[in-house]
Design a binder for this molecule. Structure first.
Ligand code: SF4
Ligand code: SF4
Length: 303
């Protein structure tokens, strides 16, 4: 058994802003709501969401022998996340201006696991960063990291929603477990719903990915299903930038989440003559590298 207080100390030293621990158990209600969302076709071309649904909502099935889920969050909020530059015709979600968070958060989680092994040498674990079927927002909510906002993302009263989540699913128990936050939430605010230019935010705090720019600039498109991108070439920050909790949140404190590309480096004029080699050199290890030159260029030239 590991002390809950150990986790807070070690995770904070490694740069995480929030951490919580819950039992590795099935999330029955969340599973049911997700199935309903799938039945409505809201995942559109994100076919991978239909796979491993049972495991997604039960960490004990995802990792055999697991007992607990440690959910960590780290802010990536930068000046680019505070305000959308509406004049720009090549807008980029602020997280994509940084080194790929899959790499950065995974490194932090691995360090966390190694530090925990100092207390519990037999610890067995698996680390997840948005890359495996795990309902991370649901586990984060149960672990007291925040609530699910109307825009479907986790919102924390201090750090807002511009946070990356990462999880360690471990085979040990803790002396205490966290519980959901109480007395906080969106209240009567509907700013994100009203600001979404494509009406992609549904009333049940989920997203219609068929209309969401964040998905439609990155995921596979079906012929004839294109929606207006409003000048976004990779991702979309509108519903987060307007959120009062992000407006009041502090900027991130981790150098690894400092932007390494700026949107003006990827203007439509530059795309008109840019080669793939130049693009790859420019975007470096940011998440834009995965989407690739052709896709982002196509988005940029749409205007
Ligand atoms: S990311 Fe953009 S398009 Fe998607 S729900 Fe938010 S505001 Fe709407
Ligand atoms: S903008 Fe308002 S409604 Fe939307 S997530 Fe933030 S607090 Fe909730």
């Amino acid at each position: 058994m590991i002390g809950r207080n150990v986790i807070t100390k070690v995770a904070s030293e490694l740069g995480f802003d929030l951490v919580g621990v819950v039992r590795a158990r099935a999330l029955v209600d969340e599973h049911k709501r997700f199935n309903e969302w799938l039945l409505e076709g809201n995942n559109s071309t994100l076919g991978y969401l239909e796979r491993n649904v049972e495991k997604r909502f039960d960490a004990s099935l995802l990792v055999e022998g697991s007992r607990s889920v440690i959910v960590c969050a780290v802010s990536y909020l930068s000046e680019y996340g505070k305000e959308v530059n509406n004049a720009s015709q090549t807008k980029i979600a602020s997280y994509a201006l940084n080194r790929d968070y899959h790499l950065s958060v995974r490194e932090m989680l691995e360090k966390l696991a190694q530090r925990l092994k100092e207390y519990y040498p037999e610890l067995r674990y698996r680390a997840f960063v948005d890359s495996a079927p795990l309902a991370e927002k649901s586990y984060a909510r149960l672990a007291g990291l925040g609530w699910i906002g109307r825009q479907s993302l986790l919102v924390n009263p201090t750090f807002g929603s511009m946070m990356h989540l990462g999880e360690l699913v471990v085979d040990v128990e803790f002396d205490e477990y966290d519980t959901p936050l109480e007395g906080v939430g969106c209240g009567s605010c509907r700013r994100c719903v009203e600001a979404c230019p494509n009406g992609a935010i549904l009333e049940n705090r989920t997203i219609d990915t068929r209309r969401c720019i964040s998905c439609r600039t990155i995921e596979r498109e079906e012929e004839g299903s294109e929606v207006p991108l409003h000048g976004w070439i990779f991702g979309c920050d509108i519903c987060q930038t307007v959120c009062p909790f992000n407006q009041h949140a502090p900027l991130h404190r981790n150098p690894q989440f400092d932007p390494c590309v700026t949107p003006d480096m990827l203007s439509a004029e530059r795309f008109a003559t840019m080669t793939e080699e130049e693009f790859n050199a420019l975007v470096g290890t940011t998440p834009m590298l995965r989407a690739g030159f052709e896709r982002i260029r196509k988005n940029a030239l749409k205007g």
